[in-house]
Design a protein around this ligand. Structure first.
Ligand SMILES: Cc1ncc(COP(=O)(O)O)c(C=O)c1O
Length: 403
């Protein structure tokens, strides 16, 4: 099955710097199947028009397609279409939510996040805290960077935060968090819960009704879709109650110089011309995901991950960070005191694309006393051969660095 699926991803079969590409940077952005590329091309070649504002055929068709993807996504996440807002991506979504919830915060309030968060789930809350006087607190994690679930639940009960915002899976280490049990406790404390699903959307395909969160954010480009588009789910009463974020055309009900009224959600959060081709491309990505057996894929990804962890663990001097038991398929490692950038640069000469650095998680790296790691992030289109190539290249790299 995997060999067949790999054929759908054109870039996996091209040469980069005269090497066959081994792509291990899917946590940054996934490769795109041909059907997504075709959907975007088809839109511009045959269907291009603006949405929501035309009586003409192409505009009506674009609107129908665009809104159909909202419904498809809502079905994928098991929520209602009116609870889905299109944005530029997870960062944009988190900014929208942090701004929108600021009205509910004052200097007595606590915003609880984890030290594992991507900067996109830290900085917008810091800004909200600056605006409102609220305080940011963090959940407890181990020296290895693993969330202490029981202590976290206890802390939620003790602090009774106004907002809890945590990632479903860490982009830097791949750790999967049992957000359902945190949400359960938090909801009973009256806490508004936000899940950063940028990394879990593809690997865990969460059912948001089962998860029980108030908000959930994601980026299409991390789930086979185009860049520049993503979205958020918001429980309708909370979502519709939030003040508008950015303003302009389309999101209004009526504009006059004596005052302006706004549409209900989701429209009130979608000013201006949206990323129409991006949404339509994402619709093709959802079709692609819906057509494949997700449990078989999840099993394959986990087997690949184990294979990678075992092979890396056999190399003396390599240290793998994070939780290797509950992981979406991200391996973050260091080799002795060698610089992560040097390792990644050497690997690149073998066609192996990995990421090095702090992965937009500087507080986590500080906690681990690291300047960064080398991150190998897997997706279902990786093969065992890719991992063998990577391990051979890493051994050569180490030989060179040790010389
Ligand atoms: C966990 C997490 N949250 C948020 C983001 C931000 O996503 P984007 O850059 O697509 O807005 C990322 C991106 O890497 C991420 O991994």
């Amino acid at each position: 099955m995997i060999e067949q699926l790999r054929k759908d991803f054109p870039l996996l079969h091209t040469q980069v710097d005269e090497q066959t590409l081994c792509y291990f940077d899917s946590a940054a952005t996934t490769q795109k199947p041909q059907s997504v590329i075709d959907a975007v091309n088809k839109f511009y070649q045959q269907e291009n028009a603006n949405v929501h504002r035309g009586a003409h055929t192409l505009s009506a068709a674009a609107t129908t397609q665009y809104e159909a993807v909202r419904t498809k996504l809502a079905d994928f996440l098991n929520v209602a279409a009116k609870e889905v807002v299109w944005t530029k991506g997870a960062t944009d979504s988190l900014n929208l939510i942090a701004y929108g919830l600021s009205d509910k915060l004052n200097k007595e309030d606590i915003i609880l996040i984890s030290p594992l968060e991507h900067h996109a789930n830290i900085v917008p809350w810091q800004q909200a805290a600056h605006r409102t006087g609220a305080r940011i607190e963090t959940l407890p994690i181990s020296p290895q960077g693993i969330l202490d679930l029981e202590a976290s639940k206890q802390l939620i009960k003790t602090l009774q935060p106004k907002i809890l915002s945590v990632c479903h899976a860490s982009n830097a280490l791949g750790n999967i968090h049992d957000v359902a049990s945190l949400i359960d406790i938090a909801s009973r404390c009256g806490t508004i819960t936000v899940v950063d699903g940028a990394q879990s959307f593809l690997h865990l395909r969460p059912d948001l009704t089962a998860l029980g969160c108030d908000f959930f954010v994601f980026s299409a480009h991390k789930a086979l879709g185009p860049t520049g588009v993503g979205g958020l789910f918001g429980r309708y009463e909370l979502l519709n109650d939030m003040p508008v974020y950015q303003t302009g055309g389309e999101m209004i009900e009526r504009v006059s110089f004596s005052g302006t009224t706004f549409r209900d959600a989701p429209g009130k959060f979608e000013p201006g011309t949206p990323n129409i081709s991006g949404v339509i491309g994402f619709g093709a990505a959802l079709d692609y995901l819906n057509a494949i057996d997700d449990s078989a894929l999840a099993h394959y990804e986990q087997c690949l991950y184990r294979y990678l962890v075992d092979a890396l663990s056999d190399i003396g001097g390599v240290k793998i960070w994070g939780d290797i038991k509950q992981n979406i398929g991200v391996v973050s490692f260091t080799y002795k005191d060698e610089h992560h950038f040097d390792i990644a640069t050497f690997l690149n000469t073998y066609g192996v694309a990995v990421r090095s650095g702090h992965h937009c998680t500087q507080p986590l790296m500080e906690h681990l006393s690291l300047s960064g790691t080398v991150r190998v992030s897997l997706a279902f289109y990786n093969s065992y051969q890719d991992i063998d190539t990577f391990i051979d290249a890493l051994k050569d790299t180490i030989d060179m660095l040790e010389e």
